[in-house]
Every structure is written in structure tokens, then in C-alpha cells.
Design a protein around this ligand. Structure first.
Ligand code: FCB
Length: 465
């Protein structure tokens, strides 16, 4: 049989195209890549302390050196340009910019971001700056951290100082990355720095993080920021048995903690009733002062969505969803019969589609952007190649889900892969690799994985084949 050459018009039709102007890029975070932990006036963050506490982080790994991006940023930006990235989402290290947490600005700390931003712009890459991706100055934690209302005001001071220096070149700003993790993993389960285990502290942190967000939105706008956003790790929470009202009540509670407590406060003008009742149950409603909810609801221009995995819950007697979920007595997470990543996280891209459609229905009018999505796999570097077909499969499936949601009207403006580089994966240290670029931590050699090459093609055609 003679092979028939494929009709190019068919290939053309098979391409799933994203809207004109869709923003493509990758994300990182300061503590995960910078290193240079004690340079140019930087003081320790809560993650430096946590990493040094025995038993907290895999093999005691710390971010002291990480990807040495602080010294190698020029090469890293060149690599981003080679990969065709149009947007780069990074975070600033609070203890570089304000070593005393609340005191004077350290110009040398800001100088680094100034150089980074210029380097990005000179390569045609749009910088997107996040103020807080978890590296709170330890000096502030010593004064209560996010359980202390003052921290919210100090975040707004950081916002003002940073936008004053970079606002002429950085158009898009994000206040917080995943405050759910800061509050509930940092102060509830203790799986993240500062490692506290106290439901009251976790709920206080929720309110102060949100207050800090609102105050920072205002500070950023006053400093001329053009596009202001918040990034949440939103969950698609499914019931074990959709016909069981108890399971549905369990879903509602977990959905409240992961999604509505943040979304309603920011986009609907106040805490939802059930979450306000939860705050009251733990005595934290006292922390909500008159006017706070109006500050928290200061308008934003973009909602960042970080998505990794779906969750499934059911109701049961004598169970809980654990200390990261205050008030979850009678609810439990159930295992899902799905393939998993190296993190053990279940993979199901339809959950991202459902989440985007739900956001479009319940919180219309706010443009969305996928500010993190990706997966860790046990990559193997052979010569100068990492054949990470599983990561390509993950990214491809999630991009198809985004495309489907966009086709049905979800206002998604862009997609950023997590992460540009393999990096310090918090309590997992360097043991988990999320990068589309492999990092050899002995030599700091960067090697784009097959997924990076694949992503370059996706960006180039603004779509999927
Ligand atoms: C997100 C974090 C990011 C990274 C990915 C895997 O929760 O924002 O720093 O750790 O997970």
C-alpha cells in the first residue's frame, strides 16, 4: 500500500488554537531558585529557619544555593528567550528588600530585581512580579508572623517600596502566592514554614494574609501598577458519592476552606457565611475589624489560578481531613483511582476544566490566568537529554482542558508552566523535579527537557497539534 501524504488542511484543522494575545510563560519563586541566602544584606526567612530545623525538610536541604539564579539570572533569561517564553513570573524575596521585615529598604536587594527586570525586557519577556511567595522575614515571624495584624501592613510597605522601584517596567503584579498554603500548611499542619500547628493561628493567618493582600492592592495601584492580581491554589473538590447529602456537606466545608474563603472575600465583598461561622467557632472573628472586608475586596484585574490535582472527600464518623483543614471533623479525603505524579498527586485534567467553568459561573467578570501548572516526575538525564514524556502528557492534557474551558467562554488570558527550572520543592527539598529545564545541582548545568522543546512548539503555534 502506498502511504498517502496527510492533507495539510487536516493538520491545520486539528490544531487547537488559543486566543490571540494569550500569554505563555513559566513561573518560579525566590526561595526556590535564588540561593545567595546571605548576600547583599538578605536576612533569614522562615524557610531558612525551617530548613535548618532537624526533620522538617527532606535530607535537611535548604535554599542556601538552590539554582544559584541570583548569580546566573542572565543565563537563565537567555534560556527563557531561547525557549520562546513571553512571560516570566517570579517572586521577590522580602528579606532581601526589607531585611528587618518592616524597616528601611535595602537598595542592594532591590538592585537584583532591577537587573533581572531589565534583562527580561531586553529579551522581550514580560516580567510578572509576585510580592510574597512564602519567604517571610524570620524577624517578623518572631513577632507572630501572619498571626500578627501588623504583618499585613508590612506587606503593603513592601509593595510600595517594590512598585516604586520597578513599577515603571513591571506592569503585572501579584500580591500573594497561594495564601492557603501560607495559612493552613504554615500554621495549621506545620508542613510548611514556620511549622506551627494551631488552628486558631491558621485562621488568624487567613485573615491577615487577606488583609495584607487588600492593603497591597491599594499600595500597588497608588504606585502606578497597571495590572494587579492574586494567585490562589484553587481546588476542584468532588464528592465520593454525589447522591449522598453528607458527602456534599463535606465537599462544601473543604470547598469553603480552599476556595470560597478567599474568593468570596476578594471578589464578593466578604467572607461566606459558613466560613465566617468557622472563624467565630475558633474565636477569630474578633480579628475582623470594621472596614477590613472592604479593603480585602479592593478590585483586582486578574485572578491567578494554580492547579495541580483534584480532590475527593466523603463524610464519616470519627474522621477528619487533618490539621490543615480546621473544623473538618466528619470529613475525610478519599483516595482516587487515578495515575499519580512523583509527588503522589492524582492526575485528572478534567478537574481543571471543571474548576475554570465553575469560576466563570460563580465569579464572573474577573479575567483568569493559569499562573502555575505542572508535575514532578522521576526524570533521568541521559547524556544531554531528559525524555519526560509523562510531563508532556500532563501539560498537554491540562492545556486541552484550558482550551475546552476557553472555548466555552472561560476568560483565561494565559498559561504559565511550573516550573522553568527544577528547584527547591519546599519540604521535599531537591528530591522532586518540576522543571521543564533539568538542573544538575552539582554543576548548575541547565538542560532543557523534551517538555521544554515541546512547550516551545506550543508557544510558537499558540496552540496544540
Ligand atoms: C505550588 C507552589 C510552588 C511549587 C508548586 C509545586 O503550591 O506555589 O512554589 O511548590 O506548588
Amino acid at each position: 500500500m502506498t502511504a498517502v501524504a496527510p492533507d495539510p488542511r487536516l493538520a491545520e484543522r486539528a490544531v487547537l488554537r488559543f486566543p490571540e494575545g494569550f500569554r505563555w510563560g513559566a513561573a518560579t519563586a525566590s526561595y526556590q531558585i535564588e540561593g545567595a541566602a546571605a548576600e547583599d544584606g538578605r536576612t533569614p526567612s522562615i524557610w531558612d529557619t525551617y530548613a535548618r530545623t532537624p526533620g522538617r525538610v527532606f535530607q535537611g536541604h535548604s535554599g542556601d544555593v538552590a539554582c544559584d539564579h541570583y548569580h546566573r539570572y542572565r543565563d537563565d533569561v537567555r534560556l527563557m528567550a531561547e525557549l520562546g517564553l513571553g512571560t516570566y513570573r517570579f517572586s521577590v524575596a522580602w528579606p532581601r528588600i526589607k531585611p528587618d521585615g518592616s524597616g528601611p529598604v535595602n537598595a542592594r536587594g532591590l538592585d537584583f530585581y532591577d537587573r533581572l527586570v531589565d534583562e527580561l525586557l531586553s529579551h522581550g519577556i514580560e516580567p510578572m512580579a509576585t510580592l510574597y511567595h512564602w519567604d517571610l522575614p524570620q524577624v517578623l515571624e518572631d513577632r507572630g508572623g501572619w498571626t500578627n495584624r501588623d504583618t499585613a501592613y508590612y506587606l503593603a510597605d513592601l509593595a510600595a517600596a517594590t512598585v516604586t522601584r520597578l513599577g515603571d517596567r513591571v506592569a503585572t503584579w501579584t500580591t500573594l502566592n497561594e495564601p492557603w498554603c501560607s495559612a493552613f500548611l504554615g500554621y495549621g499542619s506545620g508542613d510548611h514554614a514556620p511549622g506551627r500547628q494551631d488552628p486558631v493561628a491558621a485562621l488568624e493567618a487567613v485573615h491577615h494574609l487577606l488583609l495584607g493582600h487588600g492593603l497591597s492592592v491599594r499600595a500597588l495601584r497608588a504606585g502606578g501598577a497597571r495590572e494587579v492580581s492574586l494567585t490562589l491554589n484553587l481546588a476542584c473538590v468532588r464528592p465520593d458519592d454525589p447522591a449522598d447529602p453528607h458527602d456534599l456537606a463535606a465537599v462544601r466545608h473543604i470547598d469553603g476552606l480552599h476556595n470560597r474563603i478567599w474568593l468570596d472575600a476578594v471578589l464578593k465583598g466578604g467572607y461566606p457565611q459558613d466560613m465566617r461561622a468557622l472563624l467565630a467557632r475558633f474565636g477569630v472573628d474578633r480579628r475582623v475589624e470594621p472596614g477590613d472586608e472592604a479593603v480585602i475586596a479592593s478590585p483586582i484585574d486578574l485572578l491567578g489560578v494554580n492547579f495541580y490535582q483534584p480532590s475527593r472527600v466523603r463524610a464519616g464518623v470519627g474522621v477528619t481531613c487533618g490539621p490543615a483543614n480546621p473544623g473538618s471533623e466528619g470529613c475525610e479525603y478519599v483516595p482516587q483511582d487515578l495515575p499519580v505524579t512523583a509527588m503522589g498527586w492524582p492526575v485528572d485534567a478534567t478537574a481543571l476544566y471543571e474548576l475554570l467553568m465553575r469560576l466563570s459561573t460563580d465569579y464572573p467578570g474577573t479575567p483568569l490566568m493559569i499562573t502555575e501548572n505542572g508535575a514532578a516526575y522521576d526524570d533521568v538525564l541521559v547524556g544531554d537529554r531528559v525524555a519526560d514524556a509523562d510531563r508532556i502528557g500532563y501539560l498537554d492534557a491540562h492545556l486541552r482542558a484550558v482550551h475546552a474551558a476557553v472555548s466555552e467562554g472561560a476568560d483565561v488570558r494565559g498559561y504559565l508552566a511550573w516550573s522553568l527550572l527544577d528547584n527547591y520543592e519546599w519540604a521535599y527539598g531537591y528530591g522532586k523535579r518540576f522543571g521543564i529545564v533539568h538542573v544538575d545541582y552539582d554543576t548548575q548545568r541547565r538542560t532543557p527537557k523534551d517538555s521544554a522543546r515541546w512547550f516551545t512548539d506550543v508557544i510558537g503555534r499558540n496552540g496544540l497539534s
